[in-house]
Write a protein that binds this ligand. Structure first.
Ligand code: NAP
Length: 294
């Protein structure tokens, strides 16, 4: 394994290339002098930037993963939340280590090891990675501001609420996670290092503060209905969410209520040279989704 690689020779395998972070990363990576291998289960090119063809993989067939990462210098992994996440990520990590990939950049999650999904899943994958002889960077972001989009229909209908109380969370924009990933992937120093970065937005917010900002931006009264976890679970299931997704959301509300992800780190600025995007700026950009239904 070489310690430094010239930028020209870089071949980067991107697992999760069609996802939120993966697609934001690819939109920047295509402008760099690197070779991109975009892993996807989907053979269509519709979800990838123009000119990038998917390297089709099947997580149940390890040979497809080995073929995809062969010759890659680095692997980026941002795997979608699913019950198979641990097995799938471990399979692609093992394929990369066997292929001699020098450095793995994995999107994990900020917070201590706890029983909640996906925190326990990431703890298992991180523990597995730690047993492998490979350089890696764990990107541990706080909760993505994009989760508010999944609340947008409730806001629009006047039924938004939850069990987060007045707790605080420092929401991060997925584009900032992608920008950090880009900076890490293009940095060819100390590839053998094993490290973790904790990524947050510029300031914490509470859900009632988000409601107040939406009210200001929309010129309409938006409120956050305080519920017990049991009441909120019932609302989510009645709205058609699966048990797994309802429990993921309730787990997040518990973290928000206890202000577990309220801290502010300077890591996004230090690694990208740009201040992180704020949750309120994201609300302004995505305001159309929250317009009250008349
Ligand atoms: N949401 C949050 O607030 C938050 C906060 C911190 C960390 N995270 C972590 O960030 C990661 C998600 O990043 P993201 O939002 O960029 O990912 P995403 O958009 O949800 O998914 C990324 C890609 O994963 C691939 N994938 C492979 N197998 C999958 C499966 N069984 N189910 C769903 N997707 C699958 C899909 O690509 P193909 O369809 O092309 O195969 C998908 O486009 C998760 O590991 C999550 O725990 C999330």
């Amino acid at each position: 394994m070489s310690d430094t690689l010239t930028k020209r020779s870089l071949r980067i395998a991107v697992a999760g290339a069609t996802g939120q972070i993966g697609s934001a990363l690819l939109s920047k990576l295509v402008k760099e002098d690197v070779e991109i291998v975009a892993l996807s289960r989907d053979p269509s090119t519709d979800r990838l930037p123009h000119g990038i063809a998917p390297m089709v993989v099947d997580f149940e067939k390890p040979s497809t993963l080995s073929t995809a990462v062969e010759g890659a210098d680095q692997l980026f992994v941002a795997h979608g939340t699913s019950a198979r996440q641990v097995e799938n990520e471990i399979a692609v990590i093992d394929a990369a280590v066997a292929a001699g990939v020098a450095h793995i950049v994995k999107v994990s999650v900020m917070g201590p090891p706890v029983r909640l999904h996906p925190f326990d899943w990431h703890a298992k994958i991180e523990a597995h990675l730690a047993t492998r002889d490979v350089g890696y960077t764990l990107l541990r972001p706080s909760t993505f501001v994009d989760i508010l989009k999944r609340r947008a229909a409730f806001v629009a209908q006047g039924t938004w609420g939850g069990a987060a109380g007045e707790g605080r969370v420092n929401l991060i924009d997925t584009r900032d996670v992608a920008d950090v990933a880009l900076a890490v992937l293009l940095n060819q120093e100390n590839l053998q290092a094993q490290r973790a970065y904790h990524l947050t937005g510029p300031a914490s917010v509470s859900m009632p503060e988000v409601a107040a900002e939406l009210s200001r931006l929309l010129g309409a009264q938006i409120s956050y209905d305080h519920r017990t976890p049991e009441e909120h679970r019932k609302v989510l299931l009645e709205a058609g969410l699966s048990e797994m997704i309802a429990d993921l959301q309730l787990g997040l509300d518990r973290l928000f209520k206890l202000s577990v992800q309220a801290e502010t780190t300077s890591t996004v600025f230090e690694l990208t040279g740009q201040p992180p995007r704020s949750a309120f700026a994201w609300l302004k950009e995505n305001l159309a989704a929250f317009q009250p239904v008349k």
